[in-house]
Design a protein around this ligand. Structure first.
Ligand code: NAI
Length: 272
């Protein structure tokens, strides 16, 4: 479980422990990681913690070796670590783009590359869980890098699901709306190589958007709800998990697909 020290990753790890699974928590925030491992062990969980930066492929490979050494065959991987950084497409700093893409997209890819050959080789089947977002379904509230990364994770999950079905390896992609976690404090885990975290002027459009998003995040659902819905989806081998009823997000998805289908119909008419 990447990003297992906080929020959705911690709640999902707890649910997996309660379901009797052995879990490795991999996280960049080591003191939170130690705390999370201790909390799950106190519940009787067989849990191992490993410090890991998912943006670094070698670090994820080292985490996978820890998992193989600790527990032997691994059957489930949860590529959940994620960060957000705001700003419209031409405001967001390039190093912020790189950070968000490296963690949210490359981090998922690194997890798949480190574990999938092992799951394929043991041949006992398994499940890959990727945490995307409702921002991977619509234009994403101005969080351009975040939306781009999450669109890619949805796409990668869809492709993997088709490719791995015949091997008995399931894929689930989680697309939550707002969940009460520390995602709006993502800057706490921003490595120096991406430059410092910057807080927008509170009176600027980006600053106002950020304040609004913090409010929505704090009014979001409990991560334990996301965990319970995800566990059910894994058991039922479902690809998509939408944790929120949809509302205006559903309308945006409908509008997007209606426009895409209309454009395809137009192309079909042109070719006849
Ligand atoms: P969180 O901030 O509470 O937890 C994220 C975890 O990822 C933290 O433990 C953090 O230390 C870890 N992390 C950050 N960078 C890392 C790195 N480079 N390597 C390893 N670990 C790293 O936030 P939350 O909300 O629990 O985030 C989990 C996932 O859920 C993310 O992928 C996020 O994008 C996604 N999500 C969150 C939503 C929300 O409203 N909270 C909504 C939709 C998706």
């Amino acid at each position: 479980m990447t990003g297992g020290a906080s929020g959705i990753g911690f709640a999902l790890s707890k649910a997996l422990v309660e379901a009797g699974m052995k879990v490795v928590l991999a996280d960049i925030e080591t003191h939170a990681l130690d705390f999370a491992v201790k909390a799950l062990r106190e519940l009787g969980g067989v849990v191992q913690g490993v410090s890991c930066d998912v943006a670094d492929a070698d670090s994820v490979v080292r985490a996978s070796e820890t998992a193989f050494e600790a527990f032997g065959h691994v059957h489930m991987i949860c590529n959940n670590a994620g960060v957000g950084d705001g700003g419209g497409i031409d405001n967001i700093f390039l190093d912020s783009w790189r950070w968000v893409i490296d963690v949210n997209l490359m981090g998922v890819l690194h997890g798949i590359r480190a574990f999938l050959p092992h799951i394929r080789a043991h041949g006992e089947g398994g499940h890959i869980v990727n945490t995307a977002s409702m921002a991977g379904m619509n234009s994403g509230l101005g969080f351009s890098a975040y939306s781009a990364s999450k669109f890619a994770v949805v796409n990668m999950s869809e492709g993997l699901a088709a490719e791995l079905k015949s091997l008995g390896i399931g894929v689930t992609v989680i697309c939550p709306g707002f969940v009460r976690t520390r995602i709006m404090e993502s800057g706490r885990n921003r490595p120096d190589r991406y430059g410092s975290a910057r807080t927008p002027d509170p009176n600027s459009p980006d600053g106002k958007l950020l304040a609004h998003l913090i409010e929505l995040n704090q009014a979001g659902i409990d991560p334990a709800d996301v965990a319970a819905q995800t566990l059910k989806a894994i058991r039922e081998n479902r690809l998509y998990v939408f944790t929120h009823p949809g509302g205006e997000w559903r309308t945006e998805v409908e509008e997007r697909f209606t426009a895409i289908l209309a454009a395809m119909d137009k192309a079909a008419r042109r070719s006849t």
